[in-house]
Design a protein around this ligand. Structure first.
Ligand code: IMP
Ligand code: MG
Length: 180
């Protein structure tokens, strides 16, 4: 099937903003920092926010040298648009116990911060010993309290796709990050 037959006016990614090598290097650095920040007694749980974090998670956890567990949660706020609707629904809640352990929430990109502002209190209510955020990309549009402990890259205020990030579910599979 050619592009034309695939349907009308599907947006195509433009400029590459973070290439494969740069992402790979930075993910490895984050994993080294995370591995050094905890001990086995912390019973670290790395909690990926679906769907956008799935590739970042897969690369990150394989580079974390400390034994840890992995789970996901699924929140939805964007629909098919480029703007957050502000209505953050939790569609899948992690089954892993959080109480008393170190939890890192892994996010693909922080834009308005609405998703985390809504989610973190709900996770905090499950009484983890610590709760930190590791985001691959941060647009720094608004101050967050607390700011994420680990940030891969400061991102331009463009709509970015690839390496897990989508636009209306397209482009998640790209190995690099591009602006639309
Ligand atoms: P926030 O709630 O406005 O901070 O938006 C966070 C969520 O919106 C992220 O987890 C992404 O799924 C999505 N998002 C925000 N900005 C972008 C972007 O530039 N590209 C793709 N998804 C984005
Ligand atoms: Mg998304």
């Amino acid at each position: 099937m050619t592009r034309d037959e695939a349907g009308p006016a599907r947006a195509t990614p433009g400029r590459v903003v973070f290439d494969v090598e740069r992402i790979e290097r930075r993910v490895r650095e984050l994993a080294v920092e995370i591995s050094a920040a905890y001990t086995e007694e912390d019973r670290l749980l790395v909690l990926g926010l679906l769907k956008g974090s799935f590739i970042f998670m897969a690369d990150l956890v394989r580079e974390i040298t400390l034994p840890h567990q992995v789970d996901f949660l699924l929140a939805s706020s964007y629909g098919a648009g480029k703007q957050s609707t502000g209505d953050v629904r939790l569609l899948y809640d992690p089954e892993s116990p959080l109480a008393g352990r170190a939890v890192i929430v892994v996010e693909d990109i922080i834009d308005s911060g609405t998703t985390l502002r809504r989610l973190l209190p709900r996770l905090q209510a499950r009484e983890p010993a610590s709760l930190e955020v590791c985001t691959l990309l941060h647009k720094r549009l608004e101050p967050l309290d607390p700011e994420p402990r680990w940030v891969g890259f400061d991102a331009p205020n463009d709509f970015l796709v690839g390496y897990g990030l989508d636009h209306a579910e397209d482009f998640r599979h790209l190995p690099y990050i591009a602006s639309l």
